[in-house]
Design a protein around this ligand. Sequence first.
Ligand SMILES: Nc1nc2c(ncn2[C@@H]2O[C@H](COP(=O)(O)OP(=O)(O)O)[C@@H](O)[C@H]2O)c(=O)[nH]1
Ligand SMILES: [Mg+2]
Ligand SMILES: [Zn+2]
Length: 210
Amino acid sequence: MANQAGSKPVIVLTKADTADDGGLFQAQAETLQRDLPVVALNGRSADASSFLNAWCAIGQTIALVGSSGVGKSTLVNTLTRAAFGPKQKTGTIREYDAQGRHTTTARSLHAIPGGGWVIDTPGIRTLYVSDATDGIDTLFSDITELAPLCRFRDCTHLHEPGCAVQAAVKSGALPYHRIERWRSLVSENRDRTPVISGPRGNKIVRKKKY
Ligand SMILES: Nc1nc2c(ncn2[C@@H]2O[C@H](COP(=O)(O)OP(=O)(O)O)[C@@H](O)[C@H]2O)c(=O)[nH]1
Ligand SMILES: [Mg+2]
Ligand SMILES: [Zn+2]
C-alpha cells in the first residue's frame, strides 16, 4: 500500500528491548522487499527518535501503520516528546488483547519538535489491498523481473513449462514462499478492486476519480 501510494515504506520493529536477538527479525524483515529499510527500536526509550531521524525531517510526514498494541502511540509520544504535553493514550497488553479493543480510535496528526509530522492511526483491521497492482509489482520485484522471461506472457508461475520463476525456485535463487505471498496478495487485490461491466459484459477496471 505504501508503494502504491508513492510513500516510502520503512519497517519499524518495536519492543526491541524484549527480544534476545533482534537481528534475526531484522534480517527476516529485510527480505520482504528489495532495499527496504528496517529499524529496530524501543519506543519507550527517548533515543527511539534517533533511529527515525532520516524520515522525520522538516517537510516530511510519517504515518505509523500496524496492528493494535504494537506500540504506535507510544512511539508518537516519544517522537513528539510528549512527556510534559498532551499525550496519545497507549494500551496495556490486556486492554488490546482481551476484547480486541483499540486504545487509539481515530487518526491524528502531531508535530515533531524541530522536524516534520507524524500520523498515529488505529489498528489495521479496516485496511485491505485494493487497486495496488503497481505496489505489488514493486514489493515482489524479484518475481516481476523474471516474469518476462517466462515462455507464456500470462504465466501464473504455477505449473507452466518454461517458467523463469519456477526455475529460480529450483535453483535456490528465489524462496518458494515468495510466490505464495505474491499469489495471495495478487488475488486479494483482484477480489477487492472494483470492476464494472462494459458492453458485451467485458470487465472494465473502474478508474479512480482523483
Ligand atoms: N517493552 C516495550 N513496550 C512497549 C514498546 N512500545 C510500546 N510498548 C507497550 O505496548 C503497549 C501498547 O502500546 P501502544 O502504543 O498503545 O500500541 P498501539 O496500539 O500500536 O498504539 C503499551 O503497554 C506500551 O507501553 C517498546 O518498544 N518496548
Ligand atoms: Mg495507539
Ligand atoms: Zn512463469
